[in-house]
Ligand binder design. Structure first.
Ligand SMILES: [Zn+2]
Ligand SMILES: [Zn+2]
Length: 94
């Protein structure tokens, strides 16, 4: 995907709820760029910032979400999931 298109994904796509446009090569989901906005579904759940999105989710929930993504999109999200789980573990135990 052309980098000039990243911005629109950063603003509308969600690491939990997926690409708003259904793109399999969504740069947000593939972690090529950072999500910049909380999606509507997340804000309905009371999440207000992107940092919260990562830190509020327990590891198990996050794993389930990532597995779900993999099923939905067929993407290999293993690297992404390891990265996030590592981050979470860090924030929980240190
Ligand atoms: Zn997207
Ligand atoms: Zn969301």
């Amino acid at each position: 995907m052309d980098k000039s298109k990243y911005g629109v994904h950063e603003r509308h796509c969600c690491v939990r709820h997926g690409c708003k446009y259904g793109d399999k090569d969504c740069p947000v989901i593939n972690e090529l760029t950072k999500q910049d906005n909380i999606c509507e579904e997340c804000s309905d759940e009371g999440i207000k910032t992107v940092d919260e999105l990562v830190t509020k989710k327990d590891i198990e929930t996050l794993r389930n979400i990532l597995e779900h993504y993999q099923e939905m999109t067929g993407l290999n999200v293993k690297n992404l999931s390891h990265k996030i789980i590592k981050t979470l573990e860090g924030s929980y135990y240190y």
